[in-house]
Design a protein around this ligand. Structure first.
Ligand SMILES: O=C(O)CCC(=O)C(=O)O
Ligand SMILES: [Fe+2]
Length: 250
C-alpha cells in the first residue's frame, strides 16, 4: 500500500485512510467486542477499555498475551497495518499491542501523551461512530500544579490541529506529533460545524478539520462543508502500537 498517498497535507506526520476496513468487517469486529468476556473490560471513570497483546507492567516491558484471532487472522487488521509500511522502522515491524476503547456519546479522553513504552507510531481504527480528534501543544515556559501535587506542563487550550475520524478509517500518527504533543477527544454528545471545514469547540472557538477534504462519507462531508451537527453514537477504537521491549525478548 502506498502510505504516501494518504499523507495529510500540512502535517509532518499524519496519515488518514478512510474505509480501511469494510462494513462487514466492522460488524464482525463489533460482534466480537460485544461477545468478549465481561471481565476483560477495565472500568475507568468515564470510559472502559480492554488491552490485547499483553500488559505493560514495569519498566515499559510488555508481558505478552496472545492476540485474539479477529486481530491477526480474520479480518487481520494487524497484518493490514503492517502492509501499509507504517511500522517498517519499528522493532517488531508491526503492532504487538492493541487498546480497545469504548466511548458512549458524552465520553472522551483528556489530552495526554502515550509515553515511552511504544515505538513512536500509533494507528487508530474507528468502529461504529465518527469522532473529532485533537492534537495539542504544550505551552512554552509554563507549568501547572496537578491534583497529585506534581508539577506538569500546561497545555494550550485550542488544538494545534483537529481531525474527523470516520467509522472504518485508520489514522496513523508518527514523529513529533506523537513524541512532543498531546492528543484527546472532547466529552461531547455531538459535533457542530460552522461550515468550510471548521468545527465549533466547547470553548466557543473554532478549529479547522485538517482532513475535511479526505472524508469519504458524503453526509459527514456535507455537514463539515455546509455547517450543522452530527450526533455521536457509541464508538469503539482500536489503538495499535509496537511495544519496544518485550519480556523474554521477542
Ligand atoms: O480512541 C482514540 O481514538 C484514542 C485513544 C488513545 O489516545 C489512547 O488509548 O491512548
Ligand atoms: Fe493516546
Amino acid at each position: 500500500m502506498d502510505l504516501a498517498k494518504h499523507h495529510l497535507q500540512g502535517t509532518s506526520a499524519i496519515y488518514y485512510i478512510p474505509n480501511f476496513i469494510s462494513e462487514d468487517e466492522e460488524q464482525y469486529l463489533l460482534r466480537k467486542i460485544e461477545d468478549s468476556p465481561k471481565q476483560k473490560w477495565k472500568m475507568l471513570n468515564n470510559r472502559r477499555l480492554q488491552l490485547w497483546g499483553g500488559e505493560i507492567l514495569q519498566k515499559n516491558v510488555l508481558f505478552r498475551n496472545d492476540l485474539p484471532p479477529f486481530l491477526n487472522h480474520y479480518p487481520d487488521v494487524l497484518g493490514r497495518l503492517k502492509f501499509t509500511g507504517a511500522f517498517d522502522q519499528s522493532p517488531h515491524k508491526g503492532p504487538n499491542h492493541v487498546i480497545l476503547n469504548e466511548y458512549h456519546p458524552g465520553q472522551g479522553i483528556m489530552p495526554h501523551e502515550d509515553g515511552p513504552s511504544y515505538h513512536p507510531v500509533v494507528a487508530t481504527i474507528s468502529l461504529g461512530s465518527h469522532t473529532a480528534f485533537h492534537y495539542y501543544r504544550y505551552k512554552d515556559n509554563e507549568s501547572v500544579n496537578g491534583d497529585s501535587g506534581a508539577t506538569g506542563r500546561s497545555v494550550e487550550h485550542t488544538p494545534l490541529l483537529s481531525l474527523i475520524l470516520e467509522p472504518r478509517s485508520v489514522v496513523v500518527t508518527t514523529g513529533e506529533l506523537y513524541t512532543m504533543h498531546l492528543h484527546g477527544i472532547d466529552e461531547v454528545d455531538a459535533d457542530t460545524f460552522a461550515g468550510d471545514g471548521f468545527l465549533l469547540l466547547p470553548s466557543g472557538s473554532q478549529s479547522l478539520i485538517m482532513n475535511h477534504h479526505m472524508i469519504q462519507d458524503k453526509s459527514i462531508a456535507q455537514i463539515i462543508e455546509s455547517g450543522g451537527t452530527i450526533e455521536r453514537t457509541t464508538r469503539h477504537s482500536l489503538t495499535c502500537r509496537d511495544v519496544e521491549k518485550v519480556a523474554g525478548g521477542r
